[in-house]
Write a protein that binds this ligand. Structure first.
Ligand SMILES: *[C@@H]1O[C@H](CO)[C@@H](O)[C@H](O)[C@H]1NC(C)=O
Ligand SMILES: *[C@@H]1O[C@H](CO)[C@@H](O)[C@H](O)[C@H]1NC(C)=O
Ligand SMILES: *[C@@H]1O[C@H](CO)[C@@H](O)[C@H](O)[C@H]1NC(C)=O
Length: 498
């Protein structure tokens, strides 16, 4: 056993009532999903809890027990590039594509040697933390260990999380995650929202859940069905806040902890020097952890525009085949994005608009030129655009003129910076630090178990009862009877008068 693990075990013995065992599962091989839970796990570990992580991501904390899911990260490589064409798909294909990725990692994980070895050991866990990206099959672990479920939701609420706790999510003002607008909907958009969201509801219920259920049963044959396991009063740690999302209703077990993943570190020397020396300002350009700049089909568009700027550009470019560029462009394979954004010379951020990136820009008050590519990136950027701190640029018809115009506008119109700074202040002004809040609630669950007291009565209603369809039908029936009687009486009176 690792010496630090012995130390943790020792600390646990000293105050054993408080040290608990936590199993965290993040099977989606995209680092940003793991990053969102990583800081929370680190902090829990610092507080003496024992953490076991099942994931294909790189788990750096030496105090964690790691179950590495092999093959998934490698398998995801080819899927990355196909995501660049995501915007061209119909909304139905977009939705199915997201599920297909989940089918792929779920099936691989449940069949993996690592998980079957792990389950052979007899263990006990006090809570199971799941990445809330279609990890339904992994609810079997919570049943197996008889432990409550905690979800880390790196992209806020959605159809999936709303289901777990019956969170109200009216289609009239809460758009589907793949919408391309900020949420203030016209009649037609509300109609579209009904179609988009109903499609996903039906697809999820009749296609996806049976598959997830089947995969869960391959490792946990005795578990009840998912449509029972799913509703066991989980805790949901949402990556949302009113400064980064539209106002929506939330059940009491949905806790907003946007920013919990943030941690400032000093910049590496060379990067710090580059930023300090860029007295005309710097533009940071990164497409996040899924899309690779080196896979862009049109890097020339960017290079031409960057060549005309007086600012320097810091570009996250993941391989060694660098394109020919002007002197003001510096490439880096990896960047401490949050710390770069903190530097006073960084004037704008060209981003894909992933939620973690958007939140980092909001925290540091840096205006965004957003080029969303898939998933919730469109709504994130549209929201920040509606608040005056971002400009939306369409990736599919990206052209030199529109890109240049957007960059110059963000750099030269000071209103963008003013709005970004205001958003930053709102984001930072909290009753409790988001990481502390996340840890507080996890420990609440460790202490009291699943949050049954927070279960709403709606969980016991059928859908037509919840939507008051039965009551409406009854009232319509009454009105029909009264109308019928009135008409009948009128007719009788008429005959009498005649
Ligand atoms: C691991 O645990 C030890 C003992 O509690 C602690 O000193 C050390 O900082 C921890 N390491 C990490 C990476 O958190
Ligand atoms: C519905 O999907 C269409 C097609 O992708 C998209 O343009 C639209 O913004 C979506 N609307 C909503 C409200 O989700
Ligand atoms: C995408 O980029 C990666 C890493 O830079 C590279 O290995 C891969 O071949 C590229 N894929 C395509 C289709 O260009």
């Amino acid at each position: 056993m690792h010496s630090s693990k012995i130390l943790v075990a020792f600390v646990c013995l000293l105050n054993f009532s408080e040290c608990k065992k936590i199993l965290a599962i993040c099977a989606f091989p995209v680092h940003s999903h793991y990053i969102y839970m990583e800081r929370i796990l680190d902090k829990l570990s610092e507080r003496g809890h024992e953490i076991t992580v099942i994931s294909p991501s790189k788990v750096s904390n030496s105090n964690f027990t790691k179950i590495y899911l092999s093959g998934l990260s490698e398998g995801f490589e080819e899927k990355r590039t196909t995501l660049l064409n995501y915007g061209k798909l119909s909304v139905f294909s977009k939705i199915m594509k997201a599920y297909e990725i989940a089918y792929w990692f779920t099936e691989n994980a449940v069949k993996s040697h690592e998980i079957s070895e792990f389950l052979k050991q007899s263990q006990h866990f006090d809570a199971v933390i799941l990445d809330q990206f279609l990890h339904d099959s992994f609810l079997g672990f919570a049943h197996h260990f008889k432990s409550p479920v905690i979800y880390t939701c790196s992209f806020g609420t959605n159809i999936w999380s709303n289901h777990y706790v019956n969170n109200p999510s009216p289609l009239s003002y809460i758009p589907h995650k793949f919408a391309i607008h900020s949420g203030k909907m016209t009649f037609l958009q509300r109609l579209q929202n009904l179609i988009n969201s109903s499609f996903e509801e039906l697809y999820r219920r009749f296609v996806a859940l049976p598959k997830f259920n089947k995969w869960m049963k391959t490792i946990f044959p005795n578990a009840p069905n998912l449509n029972e396991l799913m509703y066991q009063d989980p805790l949901l740690l949402l990556n949302t806040h009113y400064s980064t999302h539209n106002a929506i209703p939330l059940m009491p077990n949905m806790i907003e902890v946007a920013g919990a993943h943030l941690k400032e570190n000093p910049l590496p020397e060379d990067l710090k020097k580059f930023l300090d020396d860029s007295t005309n300002g710097v533009i940071l350009f990164s497409l996040g952890s899924i899309i690779r700049s080196s896979n862009l089909t049109n890097p020339d568009v960017f290079l031409k525009v960057f060549g005309k700027l007086k600012q320097n550009v810091l570009w996250k470019w993941e391989n060694d085949q660098l394109p020919k560029s002007t002197d003001n462009v510096k490439f880096a394979k990896w960047l401490p994005q949050f710390d770069v954004l903190a530097h006073k010379n960084v004037k704008a951020f060209i981003s894909h608009g992933g939620l973690l990136s958007s939140i980092e820009a909001v925290h540091q008050g840096v205006p965004i030129v957003g080029i969303p590519i898939f998933g919730d990136q469109n709504v994130n950027i549209k929201f920040l655009q509606s608040k005056g701190m971002a400009i939306y640029v369409n990736y599919l018809d990206l052209a030199e003129i529109s890109l240049e115009k957007a960059i110059l506008q963000v750099l030269n119109d000071e209103q963008f910076k003013i709005n970004a700074v205001r958003r930053s202040e709102l984001f930072r002004e909290r009753d409790m630090k988001p990481l502390d809040k996340a840890v507080y609630w996890v420990e609440h669950v460790l202490k009291y178990g699943k949050l049954s007291e927070m279960r709403s009565h709606s969980m016991d209603l059928l859908w037509y009862q919840k939507e008051m369809v039965d009551v409406a039908a009854f009232l319509l029936f009454l009105i029909a009877i009264v109308a019928f009687l009135v008409i009948k009486m009128c007719k009788k009176n008429k005959i009498k008068v005649d």
